[in-house]
Design a protein around this ligand. Structure first.
Ligand code: ADP
Length: 480
């Protein structure tokens, strides 16, 4: 018979953890996989107690419990590493030497398999929920559109037989109202689908914050007065008068929050407040609060309302109408402006929606500030500050050598994070990639944005697609 040449080696390298132990429970031999997975050095496992690794086999090693060995039963249990962390295994025990009471434990790490199954189950649950929510949405939206549409139809029929110009005008005004409602619904749907596909680009320009907020409030004054609500508006002194950002998107978020506050408040007050929370170089973080004394939101519904097509509960739709898209759009817009949105609420007592956004300061203000900064710096070390600023500017200018080498580094890190599915880190890196490609073509900027969104949602496929898009550009540019 041929001598077994490779089998001992195969035993070392098999994926299974193999450990031989004796009557007293001490490990006698262990293969490399066991040492590696359990975090031990070579030979270190010998004389360790088998029960410190697989505590659950205590029952099986009792002399009476022979059934376990004869049936070759699989035990689903935990294996404990040297550092006391554990992972799930399918374990089998065999008696190797009955006379000397020597056993073999063979265990397969099933943690990865189990977590894949759990992920699959979760994905199935989520997709069921999405289907349910989308069905609800279709029925809501149909209802929402049908109301103004029926209104228009009714008024058109009236107009056909109406000769009185006063009544004609009234009908036309009501029809105008209905058209505005339809427009609003369509805009929300359009915005939402644009945001979902990552096709949204912020239009940055200088604007006055105070004017913008006053303009939003003016739009709602009629509804506020009609309901007899009080409206308070406070803007902190530290908030800059002029900022650079996407004014229309900010208006859209505020509009949405304010119209919800009015819609869900039957009496009492609504407060709008703006404060500045942070200033780093030419960026300011502003924090907006919209508070109402309305019906409030149940605790279990608070996360749900930011999901697309979701409303706090079905009866809300019937009573107050709406499509459940407004807050989902707000969330996406706020995140696009590098902020976040939250709600605090007490059922029956009101809600406080707050969100932050990052905006830039106009050049004038930046120059003024950097002047003071430079004056201070010059006392300490004038030359250093200039060199540093100049360097930063160069690095962030898209296409320069420094920028490209930074980008290369970040792209490599991104790939690693995506491989390891470290999405928190991936999101951070995607954010710096987004900054590094800021001066680039629209396509590449969009891809960086999509990559950040995908990282935020831990969507590997989308993140990878966006990554490849940037990488492609990078390679082409380098090749030229
Ligand atoms: P909708 O068009 O249905 O109002 P939104 O996304 O704007 O869609 O809001 C989703 C749901 O969140 C609403 O249907 C409502 O149940 C709840 N909601 C939003 N704002 C408020 C508020 N200020 N007070 C109470 N409930 C609110």
């Amino acid at each position: 018979m041929r001598k077994q040449q490779y089998l001992p080696l195969a035993v070392e390298y098999t994926q299974e953890l193999l450990l031989v132990f004796g009557k007293d429970g001490d490990v006698l031999e262990a293969n490399q996989s066991a040492e590696k997975e359990l975090g031990y050095e070579k030979g270190e496992l010998c004389r360790k107690e088998i029960l410190s690794i697989f505590p659950a086999i205590a029952e099986c090693t009792k002399e009476k419990n022979m059934a376990f060995f004869t049936k070759e039963e699989l035990l689903n249990t935990n294996a404990y590493r040297k550092n006391k962390t554990c992972f799930a295994v399918d374990l089998r025990m065999v008696i190797l030497d009955r006379a000397n009471w020597i056993f073999l434990v063979s265990a397969v790490n099933v943690a990865k398999r189990d977590s894949a199954i759990r992920r699959l189950e979760r994905a199935e649950e989520e997709s069921d929920q999405i289907v349910r929510i989308r069905n609800e949405f279709v029925s809501n939206i149909t209802h929402e559109l049908r109301t103004p549409l029926n209104g228009i139809l009714g008024h058109v029929r009236n107009l056909l037989g109406e000769t009185d110009p006063v009544i004609q005008r009234e009908s036309l005004e009501l029809m105008e109202h209905c058209c505005e409602d339809i427009n609003q619904i369509m805009n929300n749907i359009l915005n939402f689908s644009k945001l979902e596909s990552g096709n949204y680009i912020l239009q940055e320009k200088e604007f006055s914050l105070q004017k913008m907020i006053e303009q939003v409030m003016a739009l709602h004054m009629e509804a506020i007065n009609k309901k007899g609500l009080q409206l308070k508006f406070m803007i902190d002194d530290a908030v800059p008068k002029k900022v650079i950002g996407d004014e229309q998107k900010l208006i859209q978020v505020l509009n949405n929050l304010l119209s919800n506050a009015i819609k869900f408040t039957l009496e009492g007050k609504i407060v709008v407040e703006v404060i500045q929370t942070l200033q780093v170089k030419d960026c300011v973080e502003l924090f907006f609060v919209v508070l109402d004394s309305g019906i409030g939101i149940k605790e279990e519904d608070r996360d749900k309302i930011f999901q697309s097509f979701s409303q706090a509960d079905g009866s809300t739709t019937r009573k107050y109408g709406g499509t459940g898209l407004g807050l989902a759009v707000c969330k996406e817009l706020v995140e696009l402006m590098q902020g976040s949105i939250h709600v605090e609420s007490e059922e029956g007592r009101g809600s406080t929606f707050s969100f932050s956004v990052l905006l830039r300061l106009p050049r004038r203000k930046r120059i003024e500030e950097s002047r003071t900064e430079i004056q201070v710096q010059s006392i300490k070390n004038n030359a250093m500050s200039f060199v540093k600023e100049a360097e930063e500017d160069r690095i962030y200018q898209y296409g320069t050598l420094e920028n490209q080498s930074e980008l290369r580094k970040e792209l490599d890190k991104m790939l690693l994070c995506m491989d390891m599915e470290n999405w928190e880190k991936a999101e951070q890196i995607a954010d710096s990639i987004k900054k590094l490609v800021q001066g680039g073509e629209e396509e590449i900027r969009r891809a960086a944005f999509r990559m950040e969104m995908a990282a935020r949602k831990a969507d590997k496929e989308k993140a990878m697609a966006a990554y490849e898009r940037i990488e492609n550009d990078f390679i082409t540019e380098k090749g030229e």
